[in-house]
Design a protein around this ligand. Structure first.
Ligand SMILES: [Zn+2]
Length: 251
């Protein structure tokens, strides 16, 4: 079905979702000089050894790849986490042009694109939905994306379209260094639940101009609707409200 919220007016989301003005909303601008190095933060372990992808779809807000998540084959652990978190899906945010597109900004600077790897705490919660409503239910790894690497063809132009997409290992999307910033935040799309521990990797990954052009050819709309290009599907940075951003590395 067609969703009620639109990226054209993120400042209006609070009318339907009052939590939009809550105390731990995402994304944020990460001011690198104000991040606090925490030597007690463990290194992040990303165990994507299996190719458990299921499908790729246009959910009307982004392009999303979903994973089989009935066991702990594809998880992240370490970092600020006590439990392993299972990969549920990944998706992208991007701009109409290169000067914008990411959700998190670093020292006020946006990137053309941002990748979100969404995981849930299956040790503590029975379902993804239950975890998504809990303050410690989700872990999202955010990767800033700059230009370069070609990832895949996309055949899911219209909203609501889905294609089989198997045997893809998201390990190939990761940068060399897993140095990160971490803070307590929220989903960046309605319902904006404050359930996310964010991990924002310091090192950006690369994406090709051609790939970004493919993203920009996707549509927010379904086949019978008037076509609206899927671009600028990002929420701008939200107030920090006293939160501290911790760094796993000493700058
Ligand atoms: Zn996202």
């Amino acid at each position: 079905g067609t969703s009620k919220w639109r990226y054209s007016r993120p400042s209006e989301w609070h009318r339907s979702y009052p939590i939009a003005r809550g105390n731990r909303q995402s994304p944020i601008d990460i001011v690198s000089a104000k991040a606090v190095y925490d030597p007690n933060l463990m290194p992040l372990t990303i165990s994507y050894e299996s190719c458990t992808s299921l499908n790729i779809s246009n959910n009307g807000h982004s392009v999303m790849v979903e994973f089989e998540d009935s066991d702990n084959k594809t998880v992240i652990s370490g970092g600020p986490f006590e439990n392993p978190f299972r990969l549920k899906q990944f998706h992208f945010h991007w701009g109409a042009k290169h000067s914008q597109g990411s959700e998190h900004t670093i020292d006020g600077k946006p990137f053309p694109c941002e990748l979100h790897l969404v995981h849930w705490n299956a040790r503590k919660y029975a379902t993804f939905g239950e975890a998504a409503a809990a303050p410690d239910g989700l872990a999202v790894v955010g990767l800033k994306v700059k230009k370069k690497k070609y990832i895949y063809q996309i055949s899911i132009v219209f909203q609501g379209t889905k294609a089989q997409f198997r045997s893809f290992n998201p390990k190939c999307l990761l940068p060399l260094s897993l140095d990160y910033w971490t803070y307590l935040g929220s989903l960046t799309t309605p319902p904006l639940n404050e359930s996310v521990t964010w991990i924002v990797l310091k090192e950006p990954i690369s994406i090709s101009e051609k790939q970004l052009e493919k993203f920009r050819m996707l549509l927010f709309t379904s086949e019978e609707d008037q076509r609206i290009q899927m671009v600028n599907n990002f929420r701008p940075p939200q107030p920090l409200k006293g939160r501290v951003v911790r760094a796993s590395f000493n700058a």
